[in-house]
Design a protein around this ligand. Structure first.
Ligand code: GLA
Length: 698
């Protein structure tokens, strides 16, 4: 065994360096995480510089803020692990370096506690192209032990930072971004809801002081797990700061010989939050999502939920399908209501057979009609759930997760997905339908929080999805959970689209999409044109706004097309045609958030991967404080390149607009420098106007 006094490891992408150091073979500490260090940097000097003084009133040694801070080392804050032996006695680990493997830029370090027979393993995988690290921690124990807490590798949080940006949310209001100021002590966000949740998206942005979307440095983290999580940020009394992510406490209660945290995706950007967005979007595209056919463009969806709800009449559905196809839909998704006796949300979950009363000849006639319209067919399922009024529950009440006296959610119970019998039953039910019918797409829903938090439940869902994907490799899957309740990188290893929210209110949707773009690229983010009178907010918004907000992501329709006027149809067709003509580069490009100087305006730019073109979507969200629009500064362009820009929809200006900003009538060619420094002048707009500015590099 090697026992050097100090060991260092350095990992690099072209934009950032991560340096770890271990003293006396102890667990290593991240001693540097930030912009790329020169190749000649002396890592020993870094380590020397990272050594703290000791002050009065302190222990005689400063316990390291290691990748897993140890209570046994006198760490004065939240420890990175909490273990107990089979009798429940706390275990005080004392790890010592054992071995390492370093392949190119991927590092595995193992530390062993000989007395206890426990090994801690740190894995770091480097995505050089996307400027991102994936970190995970594993524990192996000879005797079976209780692992009450194991954090994914712990990272130091920046000192030159006033606050973090956290995510919260609710049904129809996902991806809210909140400022959490740094202050003494520990801030805990624990998601015990058993799903990724609307309430606590497992991500954190740590901007340094004054960083914004486009400038300053920022750190971004995402814990890739769909069963809840625990996140803590802590400022110690000595001033150091740490951030920990892991599974929710109590989600793995069993005695075990091994445990592995979910992957923690981590990136640093020197160019504001947009650098992080680029890393997460790019990494997701290249390493997480796996489309059955990578060359198939993302089809325009039609989803019938808000048009008919549970009222499935085959003639009406056929009529709707024909109308949907005529305005541009390429895939028809039959939502909730198609299976045995499912007439409302009080019954039938678990009985995944076609309702004979609604579809006497099965789904074939409907699917044939849909195919004749050149559309693919998708079907809704909510596999993990069961209704009390169902054949499944009547024959298997023992398959329910949690106590029998639990409060139900949407009048439904949850199946215990850790049971192999449950997985087998669901596999057979779903696989039978996928074999009988040409179903190219599943909308996989999950409409309630769990009665108990249990990682085995999440692992059971992953296993079922993995099995179905092997058996039916051409089927795409959408992750829906009452909207965006299950949006994370681990579910996206098995699925291909996120139903970001049940809100089809385009004003709400626009800011949610803007925040979600910090992690998720356009092609996986579903967005639909809903009914004129929004079912979840009561608002009526202009069709142009609704259509183009949907066209800015993976586009779909969800309104009843029978309600559309000729004007609506023209506008929707134009947006859908534009989407189809541009999706090949939009879905390989990057969404970057604009820093808008008018607080009533929110915007983004989508840049082609080869930087040859862009589109900016700039929304007037409310009435501005001042009379005239402030120029909107674009971002992500090449300062020295010239761009020919045009406003696609000058006709959407406010009726009060009487002046002559150039884009009202003409295209214009300007430098990236000008467009990013001074910005573009737009016509006066009423709230719920979305400007579409297209740019081509001259
Ligand atoms: C959830 C989904 C909706 C719809 C309904 C069906 O609420 O988010 O899109 O599929 O279930 O019951």
């Amino acid at each position: 065994m090697i026992h050097p006094e100090y060991q260092q490891w350095r990992l690099d992408t072209p934009q950032q360096s991560l340096v770890l150091s271990s003293e006396n073979a102890a667990l290593p500490t991240v001693i540097y995480w930030g912009s790329s260090l020169p190749a000649a940097e002396d890592l020993t000097a870094l380590m020397q510089m990272a050594t703290y003084d000791i002050n009065g009133g302190s222990l005689d040694q400063i316990a390291p803020l290691s990748v897993c801070p140890q209570a046994s080392e006198g760490f004065p804050g939240q420890a990175g692990m909490a273990l107990r032996d089979a009798q429940g006695k706390a275990l005080w680990t004392n790890f010592c370096f054992k071995e390492q493997t370093l392949h190119e830029n991927d590092l595995v370090l193992r530390f062993h506690d000989e007395n206890l027979g426990i090994t801690y393993q740190l894995d770091i995988v480097t995505d050089t192209a996307n400027n991102l690290f994936t970190l995970s921690a594993k524990l192996f124990s000879d005797p079976a032990i209780y692992i009450d807490w194991l954090a994914a590798p712990v990272l130091p949080a920046p000192q030159n930072s006033d606050h973090t940006l956290e995510f919260s949310g609710r049904w129809c209001g996902e991806f809210q971004l909140n400022i959490a100021p740094w202050s003494a002590g520990c801030r805990l966000r624990e998601n015990l809801l058993g799903r990724t949740s609307h309430e606590h998206f497992p991500g954190l942005i740590m901007p340094t002081t004054n960083a914004d979307n486009n400038s300053g440095s920022a750190y971004g983290l995402h814990y890739g797990f769909s069963g809840g999580h625990k996140m803590l940020t802590e400022e110690l009394s000595d001033g150091r700061r740490q951030v920990q992510f892991g599974h929710p406490t109590q989600s793995d209660r069993k005695l075990t010989n091994s445990f592995e945290t979910a992957p923690l995706y981590a990136s640093y950007s020197a160019v504001g939050l947009n650098g992080l967005a680029r890393s997460f979007q790019g990494h997701l595209r290249s390493a997480i999502v796996n489309f059955p056919d990578a060359n198939k463009p993302r089809p325009v969806h039609y989803n019938c939920w808000e048009a008919v709800y549970f009222d499935h009449d085959i003639d009406v559905l056929k009529d709707i399908a024909a109308r949907a196809a005529s305005i541009g839909a390429e895939r028809f998704v039959l939502d909730d209501g198609w299976f045995k006796k499912r007439h409302n949300d009080l019954s039938s979950l678990g009985d995944w057979v076609v309702d004979k009363a609604k579809f006497p000849q099965g789904l074939h006639p409907l699917i044939q009609h849909i195919h004749s319209l050149q559309m693919g067919f998708g079907l809704w399922f909510e596999p993990e759930m069961v209704s009390e009024d169902s054949d499944l529950y009547r024959s298997h009440p023992d398959w329910v997760l949690g106590p029998l006296h639990q409060v139900q959610g949407r009048q439904q119970l949850v199946l215990n997905m850790s049971l192999l019998d449950v997985q087998n039953y669901l596999f057979t039910q779903i696989s039978t339908l996928l074999s009988e019918y040409p179903i190219e797409y599943i909308k996989w829903d999950h409409n309630r929080v769990l009665p108990v938090v249990d990682a085995a439940q999440t692992q059971g869902v992953y296993s079922l999805l993995d099995r179905l994907r092997i058996a039916h490799p051409n089927v795409e899957i959408e992750s829906c959970s009452s909207g965006g309740g299950r949006a994370d990188f681990e579910i996206l290893k098995r699925t291909h689209r996120l139903w970001l929210s049940d809100s089809n209110d385009a004003l709400e949707r626009f800011w949610m999409q803007n925040n979600a773009a910090l992690f998720f690229p356009s092609e996986v983010t579903g967005s639909h044109i809903g009914p004129a009178h929004c079912h979840t907010s009561g608002r009526e918004l202009p069709i142009a706004f609704r259509a183009w907000v949907a066209a800015s992501r993976h586009m779909g329709f969800e309104m009843d097309p029978r309600e559309l006027s000729d004007v609506d149809i023209t506008i929707i067709k134009e947006a859908a045609d534009w989407y189809k003509a541009n999706r090949h580069w939009l879905h390989n490009g990057f969404i970057q958030r604009l820093d808008c100087d008018d607080k009533a305006v929110l915007g983004e730019i989508q840049l082609a991967a080869d930087d040859s073109q862009f589109v900016a979507f700039i929304a007037q969200m409310e009435v501005s404080a001042q009379t005239l629009p402030r120029p909107v500064r674009l971002c992500g362009l090449e300062t020295d390149s010239m761009y020919n820009i045009s406003l696609r929809n000058p006709q959407d200006r406010a009726p009060t607009s009487r002046g002559a900003p150039v884009l009202k009538e003409h295209n214009i060619t300007l430098s990236g420098q000008y467009l990013m420094q001074r910005g573009i002048s737009l016509p006066v707009a009423f709230p719920a106007t979305l400007w579409i500015i297209e740019g081509i590099k001259a």
